[in-house]
Design a protein around this ligand. Structure first.
Ligand code: ADP
Length: 399
């Protein structure tokens, strides 16, 4: 069975054709500059790739058409015809409170997705455009499935998702913690259970998705119990360029002092803050490590502040769940940041967390990096959101 996974942005579209049973990726790539001119990248397994080709893409429909043509191309295609695509799985950022799992896309679902637009005005419209383009190009007979970034977190209890604001803001305006990166947290928690050889129902896990955007999730019995991102992905730990949690009073103070309007202020919080803001060097952890090594103290402070924040949430979530069986590290920094991982868990020995420095010297592989006598395991698990989307899609279409 082949599932086409689509992640549509406003002017880009990432795709992957994969078999969720064998986990084989047949081809993947990217359409960029949709609505501007159009650039196409295509990487088939063991065949000739296309990189940055000029292909006119006035809308997402031409982008999908380009992808399908490449997949069935007689020279470097990977399937004989479009009939070999059994279903399409779409990444959708926000499912609000309407979606606690992946769903087959129907007219009702499309209407519910439209209703979620105010919650994610930058992302959901692009995801909806991607779905409409697929239906237009592939026809109604190919099932389309929506997989939400927020759905996994819908199991959070009210104590975790309720903000201490007047309650009508929740009731009328849907202001609450939603959480993001759900597909990644779900995938790595399932892999953790497999690595530990235990049913997920019996496990208390803390999953640290540390990339450009970062979030930590408490997962008990396979269910998200709390997570650091909130109403938007701006909350939680400091990120590449996002501030993470801060005192809301700072916003008024800076706006008054510097005459910023709200747009400028949010641009600072989203694009100029985080480890980039503290360091003034870069949002990329490799650049920060290089600069810190050369004696740049602000770069060191940015790294230290990030590690400290992640450590604090690990402590908080262990308290919230009444213990923890394993801490998971995933995404760019979690999978590759050897020093970052070591610094985050150092000092947590009192909890039974103990790292094996030699085992921790690993990148991008599934490895248990804890010491043999540790009572809490530390697991490095590469995330695979596309595979999770394909697996969910296959389950929904029932094959
Ligand atoms: P995104 O949120 O955009 O998907 P990624 O998960 O790809 O981000 O993570 C990107 C981050 O991973 C960057 O900050 C990058 O520096 C970091 N990273 C990648 N490789 C390494 C490495 N070898 N050591 C430390 N950090 C790394």
């Amino acid at each position: 069975m082949n599932i086409l996974v689509i992640n549509a942005g406003s002017s880009s579209l990432k795709y992957q054709l994969l078999n969720p049973e064998t986990q084989e990726v047949l081809a993947k790539g990217l359409c960029e500059r949709i609505g501007i001119d159009g650039k196409f990248t295509y990487k088939p397994a063991n065949k000739e790739a296309i990189k940055d080709a000029d292909v006119a893409m006035p809308t997402h429909s031409e982008a999908i058409q380009t992808v399908l043509h490449a997949l069935v191309d007689e020279h470097n295609g990977v399937i004989a015809s479009m009939k070999e695509i059994d279903a399409v799985g779409h990444r959708v950022v926000h499912g609000g409170e309407a979606f606690s799992g992946s769903v087959l896309i129907t007219e009702d679902v499309m209407n519910a997705l439209e209703e979620c637009i105010p919650l994610a005005p930058l992302h959901n419209p692009a995801n909806i455009t991607g779905i409409k383009a697929c239906v237009e190009v592939m026809g109604k007979e190919v099932p389309q499935v929506a997989v939400f970034d927020t759905a996994f977190h819908q199991t959070m209890p009210a104590v975790a998702y309720t903000y201490a604001l007047p309650y009508e803001f929740y009731q009328q305006d849907k202001v609450r913690r939603y959480g993001f990166h759900g597909t990644s947290h779900k995938y790595v928690s399932q892999r953790a259970a497999a690595m530990l050889g235990k049913p997920i129902e019996e496990l208390k896990l803390i999953s640290c998705h540390l990339g450009n955007g970062s979030s930590i999730t408490a997962i008990q019995g396979g269910k998200s119990m709390d997570t650091t991102m909130g109403f938007t992905p701006l909350a939680g730990v400091p990120m590449g360029t996002r501030s993470g949690d801060l005192d809301a009073g700072i916003i008024e103070y800076l706006m008054n002092k510097h005459g910023y309007d709200i747009k400028e202020m949010l641009n600072i919080l989203n694009k100029k803050s985080g480890v980039l803001g503290i360091s003034g060097v870069s949002s990329d952890f490799r650049d920060l490590e290089d600069a810190a090594e050369k004696g740049n103290q602000q770069a060191q402070l940015a790294l230290d502040a990030f590690d400290y924040s992640v450590k604090k949430f690990i402590g908080a979530y262990a308290a919230a769940m009444g213990g923890v069986d394993a801490i998971i590290f995933t995404a760019g920094v979690g999978e590759n940041g050897v020093t970052t991982r070591a610094n985050i868990v150092s000092g947590l020995e009192y909890m039974g967390v103990k790292m094996d420095a030699e085992k921790n010297n690993t990148r991008g592989k599934e490895v248990d990096v804890s010491a043999d006598d540790a009572t809490v395991r530390i697991l490095v698990i590469p995330t695979n959101e596309e595979l999770m989307i394909a697996m969910d899609t296959a389950t929904i279409v029932g094959k």
